[in-house]
Design a protein around this ligand. Structure first.
Ligand SMILES: Cc1cc2nc3c(=O)[nH]c(=O)nc-3n(C[C@H](O)[C@H](O)[C@H](O)COP(=O)(O)O)c2cc1C
Length: 194
């Protein structure tokens, strides 16, 4: 495959486009974030990277808490809206018609329409240049119960999650494998009887 060599850039894709809720039940805000990920399993740790100019940054710097709300294909227009307008000027919960729900471990609210929310407490803040990386413990996870099967297994494929790749939104589509499937032995074909 012939390759062009470009200078280093923020081109990892796909990424989740999540909605970050901050503040508390009275004074809350929502902002869209794509610079996020998981960085440790036990204890469960995540990060978000925010520009200092964001209203969300101001709120989270004070409370040191936020919620990561996963987004779905159905929510994507509102996801884009929350990434364009600032909560300094508009109440994005009201404007988008999202349901504000109380979290269990943090003061910041959850978005009721999100299939999965991670309640986070900031442990470290690192100024990296354009963005400040907020490293956080995941204290609680709120899961839409319609996605939990009878055996207790979370079935996220039913959530129609949204993804973000180089300025464009996508709906997660067809399942093409599952963890460890490459190592599983293929079932022998059943021999037909004579
Ligand atoms: C898809 C998408 C991803 C974004 N990712 C980030 C991000 O990772 N970090 C960030 O600081 N801003 C990001 N933004 C921009 C903020 O969401 C935007 O500036 C928003 O208006 C901030 O809202 P606030 O001022 O109410 O906090 C993103 C916007 C979009 C549309």
């Amino acid at each position: 495959m012939a390759k062009q060599i470009w200078k280093g850039g923020a081109l990892l894709a796909p990424l989740p486009a999540v909605l970050i809720t901050s503040g508390d039940m009275e004074n809350s805000n929502i902002a869209t974030v794509a610079w996020t990920g998981i960085v440790n399993t036990i204890p469960p740790k995540t990060y978000i990277s925010l520009r200092k100019s964001r209203y969300s940054y101001e709120l989270i710097e004070k409370s040191r808490e936020f919620v990561i709300n996963l987004t779905t294909a159905e929510m994507v227009r509102k996801v884009d809206y929350c990434g364009i307008y600032t909560g300094r000027k508009v109440d994005k919960f009201q404007k988008c018609g999202f349901t504000k729900e109380a979290a269990s471990a943090v003061a910041a609210p959850l978005i009721g329409e999100s299939p999965l929310s991670l309640e986070c407490r900031v442990t470290d803040m690192t100024d990296l240049g354009t963005h400040v990386m907020l490293l956080a413990d995941i204290l609680a996870t709120d899961v839409d119960e319609t996605l939990v099967d009878a055996d207790g297994k979370l079935n996220l494929s039913r959530a129609h999650l949204a993804a973000y790749a180089h300025g464009e939104y996508f709906a997660l589509g067809k399942k093409i494998g599952s963890f460890g499937f490459s190592a599983k032995k293929k079932k022998k074909p059943v021999k037909k009887g004579k």
